[in-house]
Design a protein around this ligand. Structure first.
Ligand code: ARG
Length: 457
């Protein structure tokens, strides 16, 4: 069942067929393939290359095939080399002579270039929706936690107090950039390669701008040799997906730490946790670990695609068929991760009391205590030393800075007054940080307004 059998006198070796075929995976974009074909014949009829009757017969046939594939009435069979051959064969079976005219002025090279673009464009829209869902969930959590104090870390050592809203906000920024990256890629890739033929265009008077318009592109691509062999948009997409996977992995790593017996900042919901076959006490964060782990295969797809492309002479070469499985896998992986991650954080319990206690116990207000002395005329370097001594005193007694008595403070430096307690309270430390981008609730509220408007747009 070959499209190209005419020149051959022997059957294809079975191993060759199996090695060469792509129908086992390019079946994934049968809907895009059919949409491309309908646009193609619509344009052919407009140009007088097909009659209106032929166009109508082909279009009805293609729609019927799509319906039957959707419903499962028609099964895709693997004796065909690829989805393009399959659709054309079924079409010809169903509508006769007109079906044989579908491929006029077209090559599988520009056809597959089109299908892959249509498919990834649809998937970009879907992933954008998933990212938006995650941002909405984060925004909700941020609004609820503008005053939930927790330690901010550097070197995974407690550093200065922040809020849970502010910490989540850092991830909000990352996923926000991810959306904008996807939208950049979508813009750049949104040109239609159909009409490029095998590599050198065609002699038919095609209206490429019209086909492009029918398929929602911003216009036709401008070089037919590049059009059939360009996979830059996939490399960009895989880089963007790798970045999303990296962000999800970082966040998962934090959640795994927060969920540990030592931290207990969060508790995973039972519905998003798993147990151990031997240790009855265990409740494991498998989903977060899997998401962290899956970043590896998404990066793998990016490196594979770059490697596939590096030695490809113009124009189309069969190596390009390798773009599909790895791109499909990366897209499906990232979609799964986004969905599961959003579900995981929306069901997770944040233990606000533990977070706040941890911020207090970790001397995260030590910098503010030093700043208090500076405000009372003590040079910063001296203040740093004085607070260092007080911290040591606290460590010896296993207490926090706000649990020292005023006598304790004065025993090290007489400048301290009763107002030191207010100056180092979590509330003061956080709320005084009011410049845009800082954790103070007033600053954060301005940022949340920006986010809300953006999500509504
Ligand atoms: N399955 C092929 C691919 O994915 C379709 C294009 C085939 N073209 C060709 N000249 N063999 O790239």
């Amino acid at each position: 069942m070959k499209l190209w059998g005419g020149r051959f006198t022997k059957e294809t070796n079975e191993l060759v067929h199996n090695f060469n075929e792509s129908i086992s995976f390019d079946r994934k974009f049968y809907r895009q393939d059919i949409a491309g074909s309908i646009a193609h014949v619509t344009m052919l009829a407009k140009q007088g290359i097909l009659t209106e009757e032929e166009r109508d017969a082909i279009t009805a046939g293609l729609k019927g095939i799509r319906e039957d594939l959707d419903s499962g009435k028609l099964a895709i069979t693997t004796e065909h080399e690829d989805i393009h051959s399959f659709v054309e064969a079924v079409l010809t079976e169903r509508v006769g002579e007109a079906g044989k005219k579908l491929h006029t002025g077209r090559s599988r090279n520009d056809q597959v270039a089109l299908d892959m673009r249509l498919y990834t464009r649809d998937e970009i829209d879907e992933m954008d929706g998933l990212l938006k869902g995650l941002l909405e969930e984060l925004l909700k959590l941020m609004e609820e936690n503008l005053h939930t104090y927790m330690p901010g870390f550097t070197h995974l050592q407690k550093a200065q107090p922040v809020t849970l809203a502010h910490h989540l906000g850092a991830y909000y920024e990352m996923f926000r950039r991810d959306r904008s990256r996807l939208s950049d890629i979508r813009k750049r890739m949104n040109y239609c390669p159909l009409g490029s033929g095998a590599l050198a265009g065609t002699t038919y008077p095609l209206d490429r701008a019209y086909t492009a318009e029918l398929l929602g592109f911003d216009g036709p691509t401008l070089n037919s040799m590049d059009s059939v062999s360009d996979r830059d948009y996939l490399i960009e997409l895989l880089a963007a997906l790798s970045t999303i996977a990296m962000h999800l992995s970082r966040f998962s790593e934090e959640i795994i730490i927060w969920n540990s017996n030592e931290y207990r900042f969060v508790e995973m919901d039972d519905s998003y946790s798993t147990g151990s076959s031997i240790m009855p006490q265990k409740k494991n964060p498998d989903i977060a670990e899997l998401i962290r782990g899956k970043a590896g295969r998404v990066y793998g797809a990016l490196v594979s695609m770059l490697t596939v492309m590096k030695g490809i002479p113009l124009a189309y070469d069969k190596d390009l068929q390798e773009d599909k499985e790895l791109t499909f896998d990366a897209i499906d992986t990232v979609k799964g991760c986004l969905l599961l991650f959003t579900g995981m954080i929306s069901t997770m319990t944040f233990r606000k009391d533990v977070m706040e206690e941890s911020a207090k116990k970790g001397f995260t207000n030590a910098t503010d205590a030093a700043d208090y002395l500076v405000n009372h005329g003590v040079p910063f370097r001296d203040a740093h030393g004085i607070i260092g001594q007080l911290v040591l005193m606290c460590i010896e007694r296993n207490i926090s800075l706000d649990e020292l008595s005023l006598e304790d403070y004065r025993s090290v430096c007489p400048v301290f007054g009763e107002d030191i307690y207010d100056a180092i309270s979590m509330k003061t430390c956080v709320e005084k940080r009011m410049t845009i981008g800082a954790p103070g609730a007033e600053a954060m509220k301005q940022v949340l307004e920006i986010y809300k408007k953006e999500l509504e747009a």
